[in-house]
Design a binder for this molecule. Structure first.
Ligand SMILES: Nc1nc2c(ncn2[C@@H]2O[C@H](COP(=O)(O)OP(=O)(O)OP(=O)(O)O)[C@@H](O)[C@H]2O)c(=O)[nH]1
Ligand SMILES: [Mg+2]
Length: 290
């Protein structure tokens, strides 16, 4: 098992999807998109690699949901064979330090992945960055990659394979994630909220799948988009329902790809005040299937 760790927004989930070859974890330009641990499973010949995608650590965790995310990130560092610490080009920033402090104490090998190298105009800048990084701790390897274009991701996989023990596979060969179909469906809806709303709205949203029914012709999925306030409900729905319709269509397309089935998706928007601040409500929404 390989944990992919790093601050928010460095591209951990994009990288896990690329390494696995399937979209198992949602991504967006906003920080704190990933809220819980998601395993992505890659079968390659007789090897199986289990990648663990984690939420980015936040320094300032005020809400229950934030503390939950930090716990999931920290807990994912325990008992794994290898960690990929992800930073992003052009180099180290202050927020990388907190997660660096945690992985520094790991007893397993730590590979440094320098992501987003496609954004570097001058590749000559990589050399000093690698040099600076190797001075911070004895990384097992330092691998520059682009999760977006896929550049060098094969080399990262090769590096990882060198640090995995020989053992029977943990999952069946056709499984690509440890999370349930309902969880994945809910995440595809949440992904669209992260991509189409701004400010506090994405952080006020949780999604729960209430209906998941395979009929001979299609998969019927019904989900509730929970918000914290009435005003946020209006934003999610949009003028004449436009935003909800668009997000629903895009989420449905993702679901059709993932489930390899025609999907009928129905969305409801409901207010549940204070869900992000309550353990009980959190568990009753989407965090119960851990
Ligand atoms: N240019 C470029 N963008 C990337 C690359 N990898 C990821 N991104 C973009 O960076 C943003 C964040 O990517 P995510 O994969 O969601 O980042 P994350 O580290 O999982 O973020 P959290 O889940 O919020 O901690 C998205 O807009 C991605 O498209 C890359 O290699 N190059
Ligand atoms: Mg993520």
């Amino acid at each position: 098992m390989v944990t992919v760790a790093g601050r928010a927004n460095v591209g951990k989930s994009t990288l896990v999807n690329r390494l696995v070859g399937h979209k198992v974890s949602i991504t967006s330009p906003l920080p704190q998109t990933t809220r819980s641990r998601v395993m992505g499973i890659k079968n390659k010949g007789d090897a199986q690699i289990v990648y663990i995608d984690t939420p980015g650590l936040h320094v300032d965790a005020k809400r229950t949901i934030d503390r939950y995310m930090n716990r999931a990130a920290r807990g994912s560092l325990e008992g794994v064979d290898c960690v990929i610490l992800v930073i992003s080009a052009p180099g180290w920033v202050a927020q990388d330090q907190q997660i660096f402090d945690l992985v520094q104490d790991q007893s397993c090998p730590v590979i440094l992945g320098i992501n987003k190298i496609d954004t570097m105009k001058d590749r000559q800048q990589l050399l000093p960055l690698i040099e600076q990084s190797s001075g911070k701790m004895p990384f097992a390897e330092i691998v520059p990659v682009s999760a977006l274009t896929g550049e060098n991701v094969v080399d990262l996989e090769k590096s990882v394979l060198g640090y995995l023990p020989e053992q029977p596979p943990l999952f069946p060969a056709d499984q690509i994630t440890d999370r349930s179909d309902k969880f994945v469906a809910a995440e595809f809806v949440r992904e669209q909220v992260f991509r189409h709303t701004r400010q506090e709205v994405p952080y006020a949203v949780a999604v729960s799948v209430e209906q998941f029914e395979q009929t001979p012709k299609l998969l019927r999925i019904g989900a509730v988009v929970w918000v914290e306030k009435e005003s946020q409900k209006g934003i999610i729905i949009g003028r004449a329902g436009d935003r909800l319709k668009k997000m629903g269509r895009l989420a449905r397309e993702r679901m059709e790809g993932y489930f390899e089935s025609k999907v009928h998706l129905e969305l409801w928007v409901k207010v549940r005040e204070g869900w992000a601040d309550s353990e009980v409500l959190l568990r009753s929404i989407e965090y119960g299937d851990e």
